[in-house]
Design a protein around this ligand. Sequence first.
Ligand SMILES: [Zn+2]
Length: 335
Amino acid sequence: MPRRRPTSSLWHDSPGGPRAGHSLGRSCGLANDPAHAARPTVSAAPGASWCSRPPRPGWEAHERVAVASSWFAVYRLEAGVFALYEPHQAQEVISWLILGEESALLFDTGMGLAPIRLVVEELTRLPVVVLNSHTHYDHMGGNAEFQTILALDTDYGRQNARGWGHDVLAGELDPQAFCAEKLPGFDAAHYRIPPFRATSFVVDGQVIDLGGRQLEVLGVPGHSPDSVALLDAAAGLLWSGDTFYEGQIWLYFPGTDLDAYARSVRRLARLAPGLRRVFPSHNTPVAPPDKLVALARAFDRVLDGAVASRPSRDGLVEYPFEGFSFLMRGPGPAS
Ligand SMILES: [Zn+2]
C-alpha cells in the first residue's frame, strides 16, 4: 500500500478498559465537513499490527457465525440478534442485524470497506430496512447497497447522506489502522463512502414493527445531532450507538452538543432497570445496563467540574472513567 499522508483518522488509544492486546481502539465522530475533520496523531504502539493482534476480549464468549466474507466477523448474541463486527480496522465498528418474524432491521452498515449486504443475505432472507445510529462515516459505509433506508430528518444527516470523500477517509487505511491482507483486492485508492437516499423518515418515539419484535427509535442527540438508540422493551435490549460504548467517547466535533448529550445519557440511564443487555456500536458487543447509569453520573460530574481531566492530543482533554472516557475540548483552542 502506498504511504499516505496523515489524514482524519478517528482512531486512537483508548482508556483503561478491557483492551489487553489492543493499543488502538474505537473512537468515532467526525465532522460532516471534511475541512473540519480532525487530524489527530497516530498513536499506535510501534510495530503494532492489526493482522496479528488477538481478538479483543469480550467477543470470545459469544457464538461466532461462519460467513463467506473475510472482513466481517459475525456473532449471534441471542436469538435474532447478530453483531457484524469489523475487527481488522481500528474503528472496530459493529453493525447490528436484528430479526423479527416478518422483516429485519440493519442498525448501521459499517465502514463500507467490504460489501455488507452479502453478509446480511447469508444471515436472513427477510426484507431488510436500514437505520443508522448516526451518519458518521463509520456507520453508513454500506447504506448505498440497500433499497430501504430509514433516517431522522436532520440537516446534519442530509449533509452526510451526500457521502464521504477519499480525503476524509484515507487515514482509516493507514497500515497501523487497517489490515489490508484481510481484504484482498481492496481498491484503497478509490475508497469513499457513496451517497444514499433515505426512503422515509422516523421520529423520536416511533416504533418499528418487525413482526414479533418492536423497536422504538430513541432520539439521543449529543454525540451527533442525528444520534439514535434502539429499544426492544419487551426483550430488554438497547442498542446504544455511539452514545455509549467501552472506549474513548468523542465529544468535540462540530455537531456535538454537550448539553444534549447529558440529557440523552440521563434518558438512557433511566431505562436501565428494564434492560437486560446494551449493545454498543464499537469495540465490545455487550455491556451491562448499569453502565448507562455510570455513564450518566460520570458525565454529570464532568459538567459539574468535579472530575480532573488529563491532556490529550490537539488541545483536547480526556476525562477517564472505568471502561470509558470522554474526549472533549479543553480550555484552550482545539486544533
Ligand atoms: Zn462511530
